[in-house]
Design a protein around this ligand. Structure first.
Ligand SMILES: Cc1cc2nc3c(=O)[nH]c(=O)nc-3n(C[C@H](O)[C@H](O)[C@H](O)COP(=O)(O)O)c2cc1C
Ligand code: SF4
Ligand code: SF4
Length: 379
């Protein structure tokens, strides 16, 4: 039986995320009690949204008095949040707090008061007119400089930062992702609205942030689709009932134990993201690999060297009988291949172990693409 880190390889705030299923915030609804009632089926939860300064607290009261929606109402946000955090004390669910703030200083002061044990999620998502007029929620997606300032203020407190966005609101979600990454954000939590997996892949290809995909992900098929296009975790809000969460948790755990890489990308030529380079061949023909290397400004020789160095000393180095002489260039196990499978048998590697080694290779590739290439050369 694998432990959760072996199975999913997910760490947030130096803690292992038990399963890549999360609860997304719903103001006035998702608090510690809501999460604790579902804790057996999730790895991460964002309680809130909580308003943390005068303009946003006034906006919350105004929303409630109009009778349209529920909100968490209190006089002192720090005390209210401390109570919630204390309730979650004994739980192995990683806790995030979804915050509505109108100034960087509001975020900084809240993080200073609450400490680094929770993830701070900036709500750049809410589109209630009262909130956007207060200068938070979706307002941030058209005022990206201010969003970046809020991230910087939180990072100055040394805490883990997630940014919750709605896809398609900022002019260019790829540029937004890149700016948030460069500002030091750790997690991008994306409500994909109706955009689907193409949008997710674009964001995956723009930054190495941990990605949480959100919106109507209520079946395992939809969850797998998100994971194979770049998501590390999926989150649910409206349908975050225990039954749905338990079904997704059980299905992804079984899938990870059988396949070895729970969020393996599709092959690049079948719509895969940057991680798919782990499965790509030598650059010997005109195929999607060539424009991908051009987009990331990576000469073919560097790509070949990167993969060969990435498998050096591992069982993937083997494979004289395969198309390109090494398992480094071999396809996903979902593509049938006698030559690869003969090599795996010869070196005593199960398909699951093969996929886990490909996951390691993909981590090396992603870190090379995003961290070793100078910022001005990033696409
Ligand atoms: C009643 C309600 C309240 C919400 N409040 C918040 C909030 O405070 N902060 C936030 O970032 N998202 C909020 N959301 C958005 C959800 O977290 C989620 O992004 C959205 O509902 C789509 O996901 P789903 O299809 O799983 O519900 C709210 C959604 C609903 C339905
Ligand atoms: S290198 Fe191979 S796997 Fe990659 S895109 Fe080209 S044909 Fe597909
Ligand atoms: S040997 Fe099989 S798995 Fe490896 S690259 Fe060739 S076709 Fe793909």
């Amino acid at each position: 039986m694998m432990d959760a880190f072996d199975r999913f390889g997910l760490l947030i705030n130096d803690r292992v995320v038990r399963t890549p299923v999360a609860i997304a915030s719903m103001a006035g609804i998702v608090d510690a009690d809501y999460v604790l009632g579902r804790a057996d089926h999730i790895g991460l939860a964002f309680i809130g949204g909580y308003s943390i300064d005068r303009p946003t607290m006034d906006a919350a009261r105004s929303i409630v008095s109009s009778g349209n929606r529920r909100e968490f109402i209190y006089d002192n946000p720090v005390t209210a949040l401390q109570e919630q955090i204390a309730k979650m004390g004994g739980s192995d669910v990683i806790l995030g707090v979804n915050l509505r703030g109108s100034l960087p200083e509001s975020f900084r002061a809240t993080a200073h008061a609450l400490g680094s044990a929770v993830v701070y999620e900036i709500d750049a998502h809410c589109r209630q007119p009262e909130m956007t007029a207060a200068g938070c929620g979706e307002y941030y997606l058209t005022n990206i400089g201010k969003l970046v300032s809020a991230v910087l203020a939180l990072k100055a407190e040394g805490v883990t930062v997630s940014v919750k966005i709605r896809a398609g609101v900022a002019g260019d979600d790829r540029l937004l992702a890149k700016k948030l990454w460069e500002a030091g954000a750790d997690i991008l939590h994306v409500d994909l609205m109706d955009f689907g997996t193409a949008k997710l892949r674009q964001i995956r290809n723009s930054c190495p942030l941990m990605l949480i995909a959100n919106n109507s992900i209520t079946t395992f098929d939809r969850m797998k689709d998100m994971l194979s296009h770049g998501a590390d975790i999926v989150s649910l809000a409206r349908q975050s009932d225990a039954r749905t969460l338990a079904g997704l948790d059980a299905a992804i755990t079984r899938y990870a134990d059988e396949e070895g890489w729970y969020n393996a990308p599709k092959q690049l030529c079948r719509g895969g993201d940057i991680r798919s380079l782990a499965f790509c061949c030598m650059p010997v023909k005109e195929c999607p690999l060539i424009p991908t290397l051009a987009r990331i400004n990576m000469p073919r020789e560097d790509y070949i060297r990167m993969k060969m160095e990435g498998v050096n000393g591992t069982p993937l180095d083997d494979g004289k009988q395969t198309c390109f002489g090494s398992l480094a260039w071999c396809c996903k196990t979902s593509s049938p291949c006698m030559f690869r499978d003969m090599t795996l048998k010869h070196v005593g590697l199960s398909k699951k172990e093969y996929m886990r080694l490909k996951r390691d290779l993909s981590d090396t590739i992603v870190s090379r693409v995003f961290h070793d290439v100078s910022p001005d050369k990033r696409s």
